[in-house]
Design a protein around this ligand. Sequence first.
Ligand code: PLP
Length: 366
Amino acid sequence: MTSGVLAQIDLTALQHNIARVRTYAPKAAILAMIKADAYGHGLLAVAQALSPPLPSSADGFGVARLEEALFLRQHGIELPILVMAGFLCAEELEKMSEFSISTVVHTLEQVQLLESTSLKEPVSVWLKMDTGMHRLGLPPAVIPEAYTRLLACDNVAKPMTLFSHLARSDELSSTMTQEQTDLFNRIVHAIPSAAKSIANSAAIMTWPQTHMDWVRPGIMLYGISPFANRVGADFDLQPVMTLKSHLIAVHTLSKGDAVSYGSTWICPEKMRVGVIAVGYADGYPRHARNGTPILVNGVRCALVGRVSMDLTTVDLRPCPQAKIGDPVVLWGEGLPIEEVAAAADTIAYELLCHVMSRVRFEYRYV
Ligand SMILES: *Cc1c(COP(=O)(O)O)cnc(C)c1O
């Protein structure tokens, strides 16, 4: 037993979850979104677990930055890899060509660079349309011209893919997904030769009209619900990461005793309080409130007092037998990360991306 924090990564759950994507969208190819170190789960291990010849393999990978794509190529990953940010200069474009990495094109500056650079091999292009999110993408009115120019450009492999990103697909009562999809369809209707893509996890799970040729699941691959107030298990998704630690001290405190920095917890009665070897330096959220659920010996307990850098304190009243060395689950199996995120006023995506490098990772097929 070590006193450090362990992130157990269940690759069987990952494979189960991608099979769920296939069930939701049986006709679509899957671009597995593994940006941000595979949402904190480990870029290479996740890419390997989703690569052929495994039956659960993806059809391609989406990463945020060129560095992530190059790392995957250098470590033997052969599926198509799409860089969501695209390229900023000719050097990056040349690297993409050399390592057969696909790029997003979302500005006319990028179209211009593709036209003016000489590449050894053409690159695959996903042309991004802004249908209302107003983050990345060309305005719909500019897409036909950009597409025509890219079609004529020898540096661009054909066919291309046209895609857009949804801003509110996790909100079932919002009309925005339908509006964005309609706008997208109006423009791409005239371009039958291109593949199309618009769906993220929430759209895969609830908007079949968005599935098209490629779906782009992220959070659901990791077993997590994209919808507020729901958890992955509601959709037969299994958590991939379980974050674990141990009790390293147990105290019996008196009524009126204060716990941790700022004395934000005052014991209402004589009670036992445990000290867990986990803190915000591991990625456990400092803003987790009193009452945030924590499993001690598999029993639901509540966080009390402020989370500190290396330590977190827990109310042991539900768990009278608890002792030093007992196992603690911060999130994952038996404790949905969605609940922890809600108690810390954030989303599971952020908690996953914040797991720190001192946490030990263990990969296993269960
Ligand atoms: C991250 C990302 C996704 C995946 O989103 P989830 O909500 O995690 O499924 C899909 N498309 C794009 C463009 C993304 O950046």
